[in-house]
Ligand binder design. Structure first.
Ligand code: TXA
Ligand code: MG
Length: 335
């Protein structure tokens, strides 16, 4: 089906139990009807996703929440009204009847209302949709239609909505515990949540390692990684790059410092975001994917400091995703 087909035809495919890739404001999602067990299973198969990693249910109205949970606290209600539609996923105790495949057997369910007209219209027509990021498991999330074609060819029905605005996945906050905890940092920060409802949530330790049981199963897997080796730009790597005569195959991603390799030469590629962390979020996954295309073998990224995080909205989320891509904070599971 071409991207010119009317949205109703994609909704029909979903209602018949097929998968459809659709755009959201964060990243593209691989959608299936949240009430169709076969379609939900097909998502795990198509992505190569481990069965213990639950899916987010996407809804288009606050009224749909009650299909999935009957335990919405006052705080949760405040957050829904303040940030939906938008890049915030709330985890609730699930209602009986919510499919086990959706929640990976957990007794909680994650809900989000995406801020994208195509996504909202599709859900209006087809009903609630589970939608993980539409990448093959372990690959960077897709923020452009090309990224999906490079993971799957043209085997999946795809609604091309152009580039996703934000470029990083939603913040996930667990409202089923008291106090609520951020399981995955995203565009909406802990400080914004505090401003909305008067409590500052902790961010769960996403450096959870093998042997521990992270609250959000997705946290234990290596994620968001290009084929190149990704590392933080330590002083040792800077001097190594300076002393090498051939840095071809290496990409430096900077955001604040001036280029530490002088003169900037010897085949080194440099991408500098110049303090624009929103642009960095928008382009990070594309930069990772382009690096694969350009046969980059090593990517070094300027560390993101506490100071940068304090002053720049998506910086905590960038730190989280890049830490995952370095693989240092996660077991080496090839997905
Ligand atoms: O921005 C987004 O959230 C995108 C777009 C497509 O909406 N979706 C997305 O889905 O990033 P996915 O499947 O790639 O990531 C969902 C994350 C995983 O880390 C998963 O473990 C966590 O949410 N999650 C889902 N249900 C959960 C639950 N019941 N309890 C704890 N964590 C949950
Ligand atoms: Mg994902």
């Amino acid at each position: 089906m071409s991207s010119q087909a009317p949205i109703e035809s994609y909704a029909e495919l979903l209602k018949q139990g097929n998968l459809v890739v659709f755009p959201t404001e964060t990243v593209y999602g691989l959608g299936a009807s949240a009430w169709n067990p076969k379609a939900v299973q097909q998502i795990f198969k198509t992505k190569g996703r481990p069965g213990d990693n639950p899916l987010i249910v996407h809804i288009s109205s606050i009224d749909m929440v009650k299909q999935f949970t009957d335990q919405v606290s006052g705080r949760a209600r405040t957050l829904m009204h303040k940030f939906w539609p938008g890049p915030l996923t709330l985890v609730f105790p699930k209602k009986a009847g919510v499919l086990d495949a959706v929640t990976a057997g957990l007794n909680t369910v994650a809900l989000r209302m995406p801020d994208h007209p195509i996504a909202l219209q599709l859900i209006e027509l087809a009903g609630p949709l589970v939608a993980p990021s539409a990448n093959k498991s372990g690959r960077p999330s897709p923020t452009r239609a090309d990224h999906i074609r490079s993971d799957y060819g043209s085997s999946l029905p795809l609604i091309d909505g152009g580039e996703c605005d934000l470029g990083l996945e939603s913040t996930v906050i667990d409202m089923s515990v008291n106090p609520p905890v951020i399981l995955r940092p995203g565009y909406i920060t802990a400080k914004q949540i505090e401003a909305a409802c008067g409590f500052l949530p902790e961010i769960a330790n996403y450096e959870a390692s093998e042997g521990t049981a992270p609250k959000s199963p997705g946290m234990k897997y290596t994620h968001y990684a290009p084929k190149a080796k990704v590392g933080w730009l330590t002083p040792e790597y800077s001097s190594m790059l300076n002393s090498s005569n051939d840095n071809s195959g290496t990409l430096l991603i900077l955001h604040h410092m001036s280029n530490p390799v002088s003169p900037p030469h010897k085949g080194l590629k440099v991408t500098h975001f110049k303090g624009d962390y929103k642009r960095m979020a928008h382009e990070l996954y594309d930069a990772f994917r382009r690096a694969d295309f350009d046969k980059i073998t090593h990517i070094y990224i300027e560390p993101i400091t506490a100071e940068v995080i304090r002053d720049n909205q998506p910086a905590e989320a960038l730190l989280n995703r890049i830490s995952k891509a370095t693989g240092r904070s996660a077991p080496s599971v090839e997905l």
